[in-house]
Design a protein around this ligand. Structure first.
Ligand code: SF4
Length: 347
């Protein structure tokens, strides 16, 4: 059961409530390279990214915010760490959301100015607590970045904004430690109705990042926690977007686009099952049909799975049996991938 949170609108996209969980990523091209950031933003758009984040360390970097807004039609978040002037510049440049921790930008007057600028344009602020950079006074109190300390930090930043009558807020509370991150989100979600952005931070290299994010983000989603997600990978942001959708699929949320199901193969497999599955998945990139395609290794378990899918094949000796909507249709020999793709086109 989804934990209900307030609705918050970022550009043209509303999160929270019963709105679909939005997949986001963050650009990783050096901020001086405006054209490179724009090109990467376009690739993220093609990959289906729904919320895009870009760092904005200094006021002059807001030119990247403006350039991306000009080039792609995705809600854009400017990530600010210490410079409130950079936040104001990003708002002026058209950012749809600001990620900033008000406790990090000095005087309360600075917080007031940022809150005012965001309120005037109806721009939300995401407070992003990271277990690795908690406030000294909170860390001293708890001795370690335990979930309670992370929640206290998040609510401290929230309070700094609420003091200025600002409540257009999203919160994240990430850690690279999966059990700790999950405990922190559970604790926080029980105490707030602001929508939550869920992620495992510094999740690691591609393989470990996928596993940690699958567990942490997927686990939270299964508990009904999370309104937007980001998979952090030491890889391209497009890969993060793809992984985000795959996590949503894995926990059973409807995701537009095709899903390829295949078996791990075993000694019974007598045709190039994995190669065919990979090639089909590659050729389906960009396909908008929400279909399940099963590529199964043999006729033992294969037909069962293939029948569950919209279309599928179960391998024989150098051939495959084609199923469409659960019905065996015919044997495919020769160019199996090509024939399967033709059948998918007809669906
Ligand atoms: S579907 Fe067939 S080939 Fe694939 S793992 Fe199962 S038994 Fe082996």
């Amino acid at each position: 059961m989804r934990q209900q949170k307030r609705e918050v609108t970022i550009g043209g996209l509303t999160i929270g409530g019963n709105h679909p969980i939005a997949v986001q990523t963050m650009l990783n091209v050096p901020i001086e390279d405006v054209a490179g950031n724009v090109a990467q933003a376009k690739r993220c758009a093609e990959a289906g990214c729904q919320i895009l984040r870009v760092t904005c360390p200094a006021p002059e970097d807001a030119r990247v915010v403006a350039a991306i807004k000009e080039a792609v039609d995705i809600p854009l978040v400017a990530d600010i760490h210490f410079d409130y002037q950079a936040a104001l510049a990003a708002v002026a440049a058209g950012a749809d959301k600001i990620r900033i921790n008000p406790g990090n930008i000095g005087d309360d007057e600075h917080v007031a100015e940022v809150a005012k600028a965001c309120r005037e344009k109806n721009i939300p602020i995401r407070i992003g607590v990271n277990g690795g950079s908690l406030e000294k006074h909170i860390l001293a109190k708890y001795g370690a970045p335990v979930p309670e300390a992370m929640v206290e930090s998040a609510l401290y930043h929230v309070h700094l904004l609420e003091k200025h009558d600002f409540s257009n807020i999203v919160i994240s509370i990430k850690s690279s430690n999966v059990p700790r991150m999950m405990a922190a989100y559970r604790l926080l979600s029980a105490q707030t109705d602001y929508p939550l952005h869920v992620g495992v931070t510094e999740a690691g290299t591609y393989q470990m990042g996928l596993i940690k994010s699958g567990m942490g983000i997927g686990g939270m989603l299964l508990e009904g926690i999370g309104d937007t997600i980001r998979v952090s990978l030491a890889d391209t942001p497009e890969k993060e977007v793809e992984a985000g959708y795959n996590i949503l699929r894995a926990v059973g949320f409807p995701v537009a686009g095709p899903e390829v199901i295949t078996c791990p193969t075993c000694g019974r497999t007598q045709y190039p099952c994995t190669e065919i599955a990979n090639e089909v998945e590659r050729r389906l990139k960009g396909c908008k049909k929400s279909i399940k395609v099963a590529v199964m290794g043999c006729v033992v378990n294969g037909p069962g799975e293939a029948r569950e899918a919209d279309i599928g094949i179960a391998g024989g000796k150098g051939e495959a049996l084609l199923f469409v909507h659960g019905t065996p249709v015919r044997k495919l020999t020769g160019d199996i991938v090509g024939q399967l793709m033709e059948e998918i086109e007809k669906l």
